[in-house]
Design a protein around this ligand. Sequence first.
Ligand code: NAD
Length: 482
Amino acid sequence: MPSSLTRFMDRRGFLRTSAVAGGGLLLGTSKSAIAQGTSANRTIKCALVGCGSQGERLLAASKDVPGIQWIAVCDIWPYKRSPIARKLPLQNKEQVDGKVNEYETIEEMLDKEKDLEAVFIATPDFLHAPFSRMALEKGKSVYCEKMMSNTIDGARDMVKAGRDNAGIFQIGHQRHSNPRYINLRDNVIKKGSMLGRVTHCYGQWNRGVSASQPLGAPKGQEIPTAMLQKYGYGNMDEFLNWRFFAKYGAGPIADLGAHQIDMFNWMYETTPVSLYASGGVDYYDGTADSDGKIKAKFELPDNVMCLYEYKLPTGTMRAYYQVLTTTGSQGYYEKHMGVNGSAIISESNSYNQVYAEPGQDWSAYAGGENPVILKALDSVKNKFWESDRSWEKPKPPSFGAVSFADVRESKALDQWELGATLKRYPHSPHVQNFIEAVQMKKPEHLTCNVVAAFKSCVTVLKAYESIKSGNKIIFTPEDFTV
Ligand SMILES: NC(=O)c1ccc[n+]([C@@H]2O[C@H](COP(=O)([O-])OP(=O)(O)OC[C@H]3O[C@@H](n4cnc5c(N)ncnc54)[C@H](O)[C@@H]3O)[C@@H](O)[C@H]2O)c1
């Protein structure tokens, strides 16, 4: 088994390998176990800042991660914070000893929780840089959600804060720790070079129009405007729809595209040389009052299309990305297309296929205890875009002295499934990777440190420069260095 996979197997594999990884026990963790532990698997006292939907997801994902003890939660909105503080001892019962303390501000929490070792930050993006710095300067380790920051300057400051302080600092691009993605990168694309020269990538996150957007506050739960303003928000509309305002977030391209554009960089271990983007506020004008009058106008594009160019050792690779919030068609996935084959993958398990071009024999990759690929089941065969069709082998590309490449028709490709699986929450291996790094005090163990995440942040946020100017952006190495 490739060594990078042994740490992040699915639940069964994880149980089998947890002793090797020094990750401690999984389901057998008990309250008494919280208090014990050697330095490699000792318990890490943790707090969550930002109890919104991603905060809740991280708590759920942490349930099967050994070595976590939740001691505090922090959120300015009691409506989100208090139920979590109450539920946590029941939902994550193996990870709480007694009660979970509640705080309105991170400052107060950092002052009072003297034993706190690691802080998970899941607030709106504009708070990532100041909150990470605050926690790191207090000697804590930090797991901060992506997008690293809503500005490149903010992300730059995070790299500096990471450099200047000893704490472990992970950014929440969880695909970096996902065994399915690791298998695709390490075994299919790199080691086996099964796709041959990859000339194109494609990624999309299509989301349909949703009745819950723009978001409303439940009646009676609004935060008073004076209090919101103390924390930097203009009003409740902006607070709830922070993603669509440049002051607080960076729009759907940062929210959703951040994960997938990051995969272009991560899969090929490089950064793009150019970018052209187009986008606009096509649908969600803003929040409206009962008469339909716009109260808070959205600033950031809800639909964006980007075209990146990469220079790989094998030649130019173009990567196209779209985030659409006006259609849910085909959901979200990334595609890697090479001359010998294509792969399609998503955090959702339903996209998990590899397709061999005619003439490729991949059977050797399908054997052994941990196969790189598996024979596709009939039920999923040709599920997405490869359907059988009548096909004749093209004539050799030559007619007398004149060459001719036949691009009119292709054979349906041979379908396989990617071999690695993940039966835990998609965030669990990444949270585990962070906790292991904290336990061992080894930043090099992290799968997504701030330097790597910074490069993705620049790759994504530069799209706005192109959208505003209408120009192609040419990247320089300085863009990606701090
Ligand atoms: N990794 C992923 O797959 C993933 C998925 C979704 C969101 N995210 C990221 O997680 C973060 C949060 O997103 P979300 O969807 O949970 O947003 P959300 O609006 O649901 O939650 C944000 C929470 O932060 C709280 N908050 C705001 N200001 C605060 C402050 N000053 N101090 C403490 N708490 C404060 C809010 O009250 C709210 O409860 C974002 O950075 C987002 O990009 C990551």
